[in-house]
Ligand binder design. Structure first.
Ligand SMILES: Nc1nc2c(c(=O)[nH]1)N=C([C@H](O)[C@H](O)COP(=O)(O)OP(=O)(O)OP(=O)(O)O)CN2
Ligand SMILES: [Zn+2]
Length: 126
């Protein structure tokens, strides 16, 4: 089995409801994002999926969050906090849909979002 990882990043603002600390106030992060794609077979070029394709798709998904106030986006809204966990699940769902439309050999299994070099959340399926 082969496992590929591609990374992207975005800068955005958020605030966390139901949080008893300064994170309730408006603040920002530079989020780092990693997507993991797995599969057993290589193509004639010796690739599971071209990194260029994966990076482009991830960039499209992450780009929709870049320089946004995340709480205002429909993906999060007033009720769902834009935590690293919810951001990871959102990116996973969007990227999975985009990759399904292209039909590459690999399967998306996880998305990890780092809020800082010391703190990350992963959403995975399969
Ligand atoms: N499980 C989660 N916990 C927290 C999240 C999250 O998304 N998932 N997010 C936050 C806030 O976004 C906050 O801005 C980050 O808090 P913290 O990790 O404390 O960041 P600091 O840079 O202030 O950390 P220090 O290491 O203390 O400097 C909080 N928790
Ligand atoms: Zn924060």
């Amino acid at each position: 089995m082969f496992e590929l990882r591609v990374r992207s990043s975005f800068a955005a603002a958020h605030r966390l409801h139901e949080y008893p600390d300064q994170c309730r106030r408006l603040h920002g992060h530079n989020w780092e994002v990693e997507a993991v794609v797995v599969g057993p077979e290589l193509n004639a070029a010796g690739m599971l999926v071209d990194f260029a394709l994966l990076k482009n798709e991830l960039r499209q998904v992450v780009g929709a969050l870049d320089h946004c106030y995340l709480n205002e986006l429909a993906a999060f809204g007033p009720e769902k906090n834009p935590t690293a966990e919810n951001i990871a699940r959102h990116i996973f769902t969007e990227l999975k849909a985009r990759l399904a439309g292209i039909g590459p050999a690999g399967v998306l299994t996880a998305v990890t979002v780092w809020e800082s070099p010391a703190a990350a959340a992963t959403y995975r399926e399969g």
